[in-house]
Design a protein around this ligand. Structure first.
Ligand code: ATP
Length: 248
């Protein structure tokens, strides 16, 4: 059963790449819920299926078996156009490489999702979104004039401008130094706490996962372990080490 607090729900999700002797099962029978207003970190050894889980849960990839429901909509019932619209309106993405458009200003980058949806962005809304991420005075600057952390903040403002049901972040601090990473993670935590935003973040870094209130650990395409509540870096690192020891 799906409840109104289940922002994203996966039922027995299986995803394979390739076929025959070349087939790789990247996810196998993954069932989980990302509830509204929660911050989940997805961890696991290299190749355990983290990116595949994120792509399937975000509707970027179709599943082979099982079901994904975002904000009450079963993705298997959607054609490609409907899926694109749902992603555009209900899902936000943040990537390791920021993926900002270099010739556009911060303000124009934040406006992009609204323009793509055929809406005319209001200047006040764009400035408020940049203000939320601490960049209210940098709207006229292009990505090349901003630091890595500032660019990731612009990317977060852009991802949230449509008020998505869920924000997926794939290694959002992977390209940042320790101090800047902490600032970006505090910002994500703050967005969850103040706005009830649902955030799902893939990370290799136990320190980054301490900002989440739940850590999902994958191994061989399955959920192998789970930590509920804010966990310490030592606890997370120990659980990861246990999984990596099995994987070797
Ligand atoms: N397009 C693809 N074609 C074939 N196999 C793939 C493809 N994408 C992923 N895989 C395989 O699926 C499995 C899961 O990959 P995935 O990228 O989801 O893992 P991951 O946990 O995100 O890894 P990493 O931490 O190294 O980024 C791996 O065995 C990978 O080689």
């Amino acid at each position: 059963m799906t409840t109104s607090t289940d922002t994203v729900r996966l039922w027995s999700v299986t995803k394979q790449y390739g076929s025959g002797a070349q087939a790789v099962t990247a996810l196998e029978g993954v069932t989980t819920i990302f509830s509204q207003g929660t911050f989940t970190a997805v961890m696991g050894p290299s190749g355990s299926g983290k990116s595949t889980l994120l792509h399937c849960a975000a509707g970027l990839d179709r599943v082979d078996d099982g079901k994904v429901v975002i904000d009450g909509t079963d993705l298997s019932g959607l054609n490609e156009t409907e899926l694109t619209l749902l992603r555009r309106e209900r899902v936000g993405f943040v990537f390791q490489a920021f993926n900002l458009v270099s010739v556009l200003t911060a303000e124009q980058n934040v406006a992009l999702p609204l323009r793509l949806a055929g809406r005319r962005p209001e200047r006040g809304q764009l400035l408020a979104a940049l203000g939320e991420v601490g960049l209210g005075s940098r709207g006229g600057h292009r990505p090349g004039e901003l630091s890595g952390g500032e660019q990731q903040r612009v990317a977060i403002a852009r991802a949230l401008i449509t008020r998505p049901a869920v924000l997926f972040a794939d290694e959002p601090t992977g390209a940042l130094d320790t101090k800047t990473s902490r600032d970006v993670l505090s910002l994500l935590r703050d967005i969850v706490d103040r706005h009830g935003q649902t955030v799902v973040m893939v990370t290799h870094d136990p320190a980054a996962a301490t900002y989440a209130d739940r850590v999902l650990l994958l191994a061989d395409g399955r959920i192998a372990d789970e930590l509920r509540g804010r966990a310490s870096v030592e606890t997370i690192a120990a659980r990861m080490a246990a999984l990596e020891a099995v994987a070797c």
